[in-house]
Design a binder for this molecule. Structure first.
Ligand code: PGA
Length: 252
């Protein structure tokens, strides 16, 4: 059985004190009532070390939102996969559309990041998804396939098993506009078929594919009920413990 996962992506929100307060609140809530899925919070780099010390990692996994495409050295301002891992974090988000768009991360750069993250034993939440124009031109399948081929299909099957895919249509991120559960299921099933073509059915069946883009407590149950949707990558609604818990409860 593949893993069900609800992962938060805090993006560039919360100062250190606010982030610690949110992590502590979530930790208390989830320790009191064990979730029916894996829960992960991905925080800004500066939160990782402190949050890692505060949370029970058997209840909440911790991840970064990015890491460098170089191993170490003279890259001012960058944070390496090894540094991320040394905080106690277990995950890293790579390929988020905001990184691709605003920071010009190419498929080649992302391929390097993925390799370095895996080398450190980090699990990668790899994001793919089409823009509104691509969806309107009915190119969504070609886009997600190319994104997989460009940055993760170079991996061995054993390494690919350490990847969680997050399908995030760009037009749904932070817009309040969610893909319908049928729209999401259709492309999730397609993504799984592309993985099956490349790595075989068994690997495809084991790969968790998360939906992201204006996912909230009100729409999560319908999305998560679909056979190929294995959870969510949550931006805005991960910034309040009660909202995030509402989404986690969709797996009840
Ligand atoms: P959102 O963001 O939930 O705020 O739409 C999702 C994401 O970008 O991961």
């Amino acid at each position: 059985m593949r893993k069900k996962i609800v992962a938060g992506n805090w993006k560039m929100n919360k100062n250190l004190q606010e982030g610690m307060a949110l992590a502590a609140e979530l930790n208390d809530i989830l320790k009191a009532e064990k979730p029916n899925c894996d829960v992960v919070i991905c925080t800004p780099f500066i939160h990782l070390a402190k949050v890692s010390d505060m949370i029970d990692h058997s209840v909440i996994g911790l991840g970064a939102e990015n890491c460098a495409d170089k191993k170490s050295g003279a890259y001012t301002g960058e944070v390496s996969a090894e540094m991320v891992r040394s905080t106690g974090a277990e995950y890293v988000i790579l390929g988020h559309s905001e990184r691709r768009e605003y920071y010009h991360e190419t498929p080649e750069i992302l391929r390097e990041k993925v390799l370095l993250a895996l080398e450190q034993g980090l699990k990668v939440i790899f994001c793919i998804g089409e823009s509104l124009a691509e969806r309107e031109a009915n190119k969504q399948n070609a886009v997600v396939k190319a994104e997989l081929e460009g940055s993760v299909f170079n991996l061995s099957a054993d390494d690919f098993k350490k990847i969680v895919i997050a399908y995030e249509p760009i037009w749904a991120i932070g817009t309040g506009k969610t893909a319908t559960s049928d729209q999401a299921e259709e492309i999730h099933a397609y993504i799984r078929s592309v993985i099956a073509e490349k790595y075989g059915k068994e690997v495809a069946e084991e790969t968790s594919i998360l939906y992201g883009g204006s996912c909230k407590a009100s729409n999560a149950p319908e999305l998560f009920a679909k056979p190929d949707i294995d959870g969510g990558l949550i931006g805005g609604a991960s910034l309040k413990a009660a909202d995030f818990k509402g989404i986690i409860d969709a797996w009840k």
